[in-house]
Design a protein around this ligand. Structure first.
Ligand code: FRU
Length: 541
């Protein structure tokens, strides 16, 4: 039953909400305010991210329907416009021309009598296979899950089904298909959701990956309306501490070769190594019917083990953009964790997205692995930059005083020698006048990267938030240790060793961090060089 805990918590929250206000998921009664344009939100509230997307007001969880079309990166998102806790789900909507700046738009898809609008994906139907196109223009088609709250409350088990909607005006307005649901619940399957569409160009078919409790299902369609089942995957592979959610399936080139593989992303809640929600993946082949993991990958996903996309606690439900230009594979995740997402101490809004990533596939000693880099477009946020020369750091180097940094909104690139004695730890520490400290870095003795928010401020809202330091084993062998870090008001993202290991974590200092230091403990750290970039807010002119 454990796997249903989250939805039960959500159900409880929704019920509590319904007692007090109009949280009804029926289109005829919902009177949701339309999401205000970002320009009308202050974006200067306590803990408000300055270069990450967060909704102007109220609740968000998963990113949905990411698709690039006519110069715009669309980001839809699970959104409850009436509350800062999870409830009747809508698809909120934002667009970006450069993956760095976001413009929030009115809500795209509202719940109706078939249910809340849960997570899903969107594609450009270039060949107009659906027939939804007009005037020779391809439509955008979204596929999402209906979650029928009334059905769930009445004790039914068939309350999730899959549906489609289309847009002929660059995603601004959406029409739900009259034949919905296109994939009714097969009967008594409680968890069947989060359809991720991909055009399988080798076979000329649409393929959708569906998360079904403890496995994935692949289905095919010629027109996005009629679906037939292809296969199942994963019942006995990967991590299974909770329910599988939010899949993604895509073809990706092995860097530096003409070889192509398929990646399958599987979000899991709960059950990630540091606790709660996390994202695992598989590399293998998809032959138009079955997904088969690469033989070298198998040992890493046997006996309940998983290969993880992010070693921190706060990157969940990440999936990739359809049709990203230049053949790029771009991903964005939800920067939170179901263990505490409903309780984090923010007021006007709750939760934000990660930075957009660019994924590549590399052949490493351990086999194929995804590497993640922050998208290069984020360089547009840099204002001043400062060089760090090589030096031996005995205990600390105060970057704030050395470079007169006006804030801790920073991007920092550091390269350290790998300690030959396998001792000591080093990294970056943020602190404030209240004595609160956040630390992120590398520990040579355990060969792990770590993120320590145990003393970083407010944590009492959840026992699961900061009981211990999060760690992830260093997965690649390089002669030096490279830390590429982004610090926003309430988050840190570490891209280590060129993206071999990533850690994303949020924090809530009671006063903004204003001092940034490189620290070394248990021995001198040999800094080989680095750069510090001050970053500007994307919300303030
Ligand atoms: C993942 C998830 C999805 C679901 C959505 C509901 O975080 O549970 O499986 O569609 O959130 O908001």
């Amino acid at each position: 039953m454990k796997r249903f805990d989250k939805l039960h918590t959500l159900l409880f929250l929704a019920l509590a909400c319904a007692l007090f206000s109009a949280c009804n998921g029926d289109a005829t009664t919902v009177k949701s305010e339309v999401g205000a344009p970002a320009s009308q939100a202050a974006y200067s509230e306590k803990h408000r991210p300055q270069f990450h997307f967060s909704p102007p007001q109220k609740w968000t969880n998963d990113p949905n329907g990411m698709v690039f079309f006519e110069g715009e990166y669309h980001l839809f998102y699970q959104h409850y416009p009436d509350s800062t806790v999870w409830g009747s789900m809508h698809w909120g909507h934002a667009v970006s021309k450069d993956l760095a700046h976001w413009e929030n738009l009115p809500i795209a898809i509202y719940p109706d009598s078939l249910g809340y609008i849960f997570s899903g994906s969107a594609v450009v139907d270039w060949k107009n296979t659906s027939g939804f196109g007009v005037n020779g223009q391809p439509p955008l088609v979204a596929m999402y899950t209906y979650h029928d709250m009334k059905g769930e409350k009445s004790g039914r088990n068939d309350y999730q089904s899959q549906a489609i909607a289309f847009s002929n005006d660059k995603g601004r307005t959406w029409t739900k298909f009259e034949g919905n649901p296109v994939m009714p619940n097969p009967g008594n399957v409680r968890d069947i959701r989060d359809p991720k569409l991909v055009w399988d160009e080798q076979r000329n078919q649409w393929v959708v990956t569906l998360a079904v409790g403890d496995h994935m299902e692949f289905w095919a369609s010629p027109d996005l309306k009629k679906w037939s089942k292809l296969s199942d995957f994963g019942k006995n592979l990967g991590a299974h501490g909770g329910v599988w959610e939010c899949p993604d399936l895509f073809r990706i080139a092995v860097e530096g070769t003409s070889e192509k593989k398929w990646a399958l992303i599987v979000n899991l809640n709960p059950g990630q190594p540091n606790g709660g929600s996390g994202t695992q993946y598989f590399i293998g082949n998809f032959d138009g019917k079955n997904f088969t993991p690469d033989p070298a990958f198998l040992p890493f996903v046997k006996d309940g083990k998983g290969v993880w996309l992010d070693g921190g606690k706060d990157n969940y439900a990440g999936v990739t953009w359809s049709d990203a230009p230049g053949g790029r594979r771009l991903l964005i995740g939800w920067m939170s964790n179901w263990q505490y997402a409903n309780k984090v101490p923010t007021e006007a809004w709750r939760n934000a997205m990660t930075l957009p990533w660019s994924l590549t596939l590399k052949k490493t000693e351990a086999g194929y692995r995804l590497f993640a880099q922050p998208v290069k477009e984020l360089e547009a946020l840099r204002t001043a930059s400062h060089e760090l020369a090589s030096s031996a750091i005995a205990s600390e180097l105060d970057l704030t005083s050395q470079f007169k940094l006006p804030s801790a909104l920073l991007e920092i690139e550091l390269e350290f020698a790998l300690p030959t004695d396998q001792k000591g730890s080093f990294g970056v520490a943020l602190s404030n006048p209240k004595g609160e400290t956040y630390r992120i870095g590398f520990d040579a003795a355990s060969n792990q990267f770590f993120s320590d928010r145990t003393k970083a401020g407010e944590a009492s809202f959840s026992v699961d938030f900061a009981p211990k330091t999060s760690v992830v084993a260093r997965s690649a062998k390089f002669k030096t240790v490279r830390l590429h870090l982004f610090f926003d008001v309430a988050s840190a993202e570490l891209f280590a060793d060129g993206g071999a290991n990533v850690m994303t974590e949020i924090f809530f200092p009671s006063e903004d961090f204003n001092t940034v230091k490189i620290f070394a403990e248990g021995g001198k750290a040999e800094l080989l060089g680095g750069k510090v970039y001050q970053l500007k807010s994307i919300w303030k002119k």
